[in-house]
Design a protein around this ligand. Sequence first.
Ligand code: AMP
Ligand code: MG
Length: 452
Amino acid sequence: MKSIDTIAAELAAYDPQALNASTVSHFLARLVEPVTQQEEVGIFQALGRVLALDVVSPISVPPHDNSAMDGYAFDGAQLAAAGPLTLRVVGTALAGKAWSGQVQRGECIKIMTGAVMPAGLDTVVPQELVKLSADTASITLAPGTVQPGDNRRRLGEDLLQGQAALQKGELLTPAALGLMASLGIENLQVWRRLRVAYFSTGDEILSLGEAPREGAVYDSNRYTVFGLLTRLGCEVIDLGVVRDEPALLEAAFVHAASVSDAIITSGGVSVGEADYTKAMMKKLGDVAFWKIAMRPGRPMAVGRILRDKSASSPYVTSASSYKNNTDDPTPAASEAAILFGLPGNPVAVMVTFLAFVRPALLRMMGRTASEPPLLKARSSEAIRKKPGRTEYQRGVVSLDVDGTLRVKTTGNQGSGVLSSMVRANGLIVLPHSQGDVAVGDEVRVMMFDGVI
Ligand code: AMP
Ligand code: MG
C-alpha cells in the first residue's frame, strides 16, 4: 500500500490549495485495498454482498430445448411447401411433463410454454394463429405464419454448462440471486462486510433526544452517513457526537480504528480547527488535509489511523465466523483504518461521500470498478459556474413530453440546505474546466436512484 505521505507528495505536484476532484478520487483508489476475508452465505443473505469467487455454471439453462409459447410443435422443414399446412395432433406436452411418443411427418403435438420440445421438432406455432378442425384432431396454418425454428428456446441459450455466470467482485443484485438459483446454487462465497465507524464532531452538535439549547443544532450527518453506509452494505458502528476537545477526539479515533476498516467523521477539518487535529493525526497515523477545488465540500482529511496493537482486534473474536481461505494469515492483517474526515456542512458531507468515499469503500468491499452512470440532460436554466473547480448542484431530472431529459436545479445551493438534497433526484456534475451553463446546454447528472 502506498503511504499517505507518498500520495500527499504526489498530490503536491498539483496545486495543493485547489486539487482537482477527479485527481483526488484517483489517488484515493490507490490508498485503499480490498478486504481479504471471505465467508459463505446462503442465497437469502447474499443480496447486496460482493462475490468473492467466479461462479461457473454447473448446468445448462435451460437444460433442454423448450417451447416459448402455448401452441403446436412440429418439424419446421414441412413449412417449405407453399400453401397451407395441415397437421394431425397426436399428443400433448406440458411443462414438467414431456411427450415421449414419436411425431411423424404430417403430425404435431399440442405444447405448453416451457414444455420440452420432442426430438426432431424445432418449431412452435402459437395456438391463436392456427385453425383447429371441428373434431380438434388437426390444425391448419396459413403460409408465412411462422418460420422454421420460431418460438423455440434453445438448450443453454441463457447459460451453457461451464460458462462464467458471475464474476468475482460483482454485486449480488436481485437478478444475480435469481441467476444463481436457476443454476441450483444455494450458497455463495462473498467478501466479508466492510466495517465502518463514524462520528460527528462539534460542540454545537446535539444528539437526538437532547434538549435544544442556544446556538446548537441537531446532528444530521450521522443519520445521513448511517443511511449511505447501510445502503452500500457496510456494517455500521455509530460512535455518536464527539466534542471539539483534543483528548476526546483522540480517544474517539483510537477506539474507531480498533473496531473498523474505515472511519468517517464530519466537521472539524476546516481552517482553524485543522491545526490541532493535524497535530493529533501525526501522532495516530498519517493523514493529509486536502483542499479540493470543488463546491460544496472543499476541505477534507484523508489518511490512515494506526490500530493500537495492545487493544484487542475487532476481528479476533469473530474470526471463526470468517471462512479465511485466502493467503491472508490473520483476519486483522491490516494495521490501520482508513480515515475520511469530511466537512461539517450536511450537503458537503453527502457530496464528498458520493464523490470520494463511496468509490473508495466499494473498492475496499471487493467490488470491481463501478462508476455510477452519468445521465445526459438538458439544463432548463442558466447556471453560473466558475472554471477551475468541480461543482455538484442538486438537480431535479424529468422527462419532457418530447422525450428529452431535462434538469433544473433545486435553487439555493447553500451547503447546509439539506432539504434541497431531499427534493433533488440527482447531482448535476459540472466538471473542473466547465464555465457557465446556458439554457438548453447538455449537462451530466449522477442520479441518486441506484447510487444512494
Ligand atoms: P465545521 O466543518 O465543523 O466547521 O462545520 C461546518 C458547519 O456544519 C457548521 O455550521 C456546523 O454547525 C455544521 N455541522 C457540522 N457537523 C454537523 C452535523 N453533524 N449535523 C449538522 N450540522 C453540522
Ligand atoms: Mg465543527
